[in-house]
Ligand binder design. Sequence first.
Ligand code: PLP
Length: 334
Amino acid sequence: MKRAAIDAVEKYGVGSGSVRAIAGTMSPHVELEKSLASFKHTEASLVYATGFAANSGLIPQLAADGDVIISDELNHGSIIDGVRLSRAERAVYKHCDAEDLRRVLNESRKYNHVLVVTDGVFSMDGDIAPADRIVELAEEYGALTYIDDAHGDGVLGESGRGISSHFHIEGRVDVEMGTFSKAFGVVGGYVAGSLDLVNFALNKSRTWLLSASHPASVAASCKASLEVVTSEPVHLNRLWDNTRYFKEGLRKLGFDIGSSETPITPVMVGDSSKARKMSESLFDENVFALPIVYPMVARDRARIRTIMNAGQSKYDLDYALEAFGKVGKSLRII
Ligand SMILES: *Cc1c(COP(=O)(O)O)cnc(C)c1O
């Protein structure tokens, strides 16, 4: 990935000079979108500067006056801002609750169009949206689906293709959105879906039309990251091995680690000041683990959020577990 960036800097320079729609599209941008569509098994894809730019640029265009956008109550802030920019009505269903979504869909029959938006993997708890049930319900009610796979890409499904691959619903999600800033380790948002969707998105998203494109080096490293994840399965295997090992270790120590099904593993603390103290004490033990406190989560739901990665060795994990045990006991969390 570094080599791809360096080669692209040599060839194209460090900036892109323009927005994508004017003169800011170079071969690496086009090649990345081809690779990404093939990775996601969709007809086409479109890359934005960031995931935030994708959500805040496209969501408001997908629903107009007389339509409704239905969101999971814990959706990411960039989705919430996208919804706020739209002229459509808004409705919310209970977190990951397909039956409650059915209730809201039933109440939404008066609208022209219905858009259901959800995170795929929720970034604070690491739980997975019931995307299979959501897609079925949307099909039953004639609604469009939009899934933000920021924490699913490079993690879930065959070769890390994300949540649609995980639930075997490829081709049934209208808009698959994601980012290169998480598991892929670069930066950049995207949407993947039909060619019609991509043509609509690039004509309508103000964040895409009116803001500079990535330097070619960013596009080149994003493309290289897709090659790494598909051709070197060792990383994905190690990520899941590490995830199982670390979760098991935390459980044995007696920590409450919530309901995560992914490498995001919250270590529940409760009180915000205690979570901050725990993070500081862990740092004193040479473990970097940050607290997530109010208002990012509810007042009594503060936690240390850990995320495994493929670069960690068993030695690293044992070292961290020992520190978690020591600090957890001294703060009377376990
Ligand atoms: C991180 C994240 C984003 C934003 O992605 P960026 O590329 O960092 O702007 C959007 N949605 C979710 C669910 C995220 O976790």
